[in-house]
Design a protein around this ligand. Sequence first.
Ligand SMILES: [Zn+2]
Ligand SMILES: [Zn+2]
Length: 429
Amino acid sequence: MPTLVKQLRGIGGCTQPVRLDGHRVEHAVDTRTGEIGRVLHRLDSASLPAGNLLVRCNNRRATRCPACAETYRRDTFHLITAGLRGGKGTPDTVTRHPKVFATFTAPGFGPVHNRPTDRRGTVRACRCGLLHDTDDESLGTPLDPATYDYEGAVLWNAHAGMLWRRFSIYLRREIAKRAGLTQRDLADFARVSFAKVAEYQKRGAVHFHAVIRIDGPEGGDTPPPTWATADLLTDAIGAAAAHSRVDGPVVDGRPHMFTFGKQIDVRAIRSADFDGGQELTERAVASYIAKYATKGAETATGALDRPLKFLAELAQLDISDHARRLIRTAWTLGARKELEGLRLRAWAHMLGFRGHFSTKSRRYSTTLGAFRDARAEWRRAQAAVITEDEPDTTLVLSHWVFAGIGLSSAEAWLAASLEPALGTEGEPT
Ligand SMILES: [Zn+2]
Ligand SMILES: [Zn+2]
């Protein structure tokens, strides 16, 4: 039993590990002759306590694998933090670079139930006449589903990634303009980097939260020019977002065009040292982004976290009528030849959005892959697991075939009794 405990510990609480059959043999290589020498290490899946090699699923979704999602959340937190105040290979001078936290929403597709507030922050009645509680199921759902623009809402999600790319190009242009430079010359003085996360609003529209930072010409290692301020960045973001548009498809004679909603929220991020309780801190931003990086469309669709195979499955799901209608719309539009490229059926459970949940520009900070490599390195020292790279003095011959997913009930029971310490490493949960 202790060996099985050890093997299960190695997957860090993953409940949906990939099971592999096969072997891995590590040979010494004679560095002079290049000949294969003695066997340094041999691993056979059949000899492992679980009968298979177990590899973490690495799913970022909390609804799919809580342990792997928690790892993903922590990694994202550290990645975002590194871009805000340095660390993990990014110099801590980035803390002085101008940076903001910006939120980009979708436009309206029809009135929804909400909790409007007046100037003093008092909650007023919704247009339907009711004063909704914060946990009211109807919040975010259309006042009149018959007139709500479901087609526009799904197609907007499907084009949101493209709209963001357009925005990031315009942003560089707007920054250059404010600095009195051409767009081409901007790169000689400054770089714009970002890390963003997609989140679903209750109404089912994707919106983006992004950390946007101005660096010097070589990225985070170089100081930004003196003209680069948080105010200039804020102003440029507003202008770029207002100009961003994507011409969409024509559906049944109706031309679609996509823009961001009017409410673009941009706030400067301050270092915790200067925080008087008023400003948005680096820590708050990092934990916010990390939290949403582990979510899918659940805020709008509840438990549906995987693609549908048949539309008929929709009837079995315990989801709101609004979510059902969004999914049905995506599925129906997905049958159209001219919308093929949007792959709306494959992404119907995501309400049409097929972009990445969290993305960052190359120079923002370290990568999630770097964290995974560091962990793999550590685990390799602890036990035999698959790793990508080997020192050149060894030759690794391995052959693995897929043998299944998940744990047997006995393994699951044992794994649950281990309950990995999901404590924090200093970040808020
Ligand atoms: Zn997992
Ligand atoms: Zn209402």
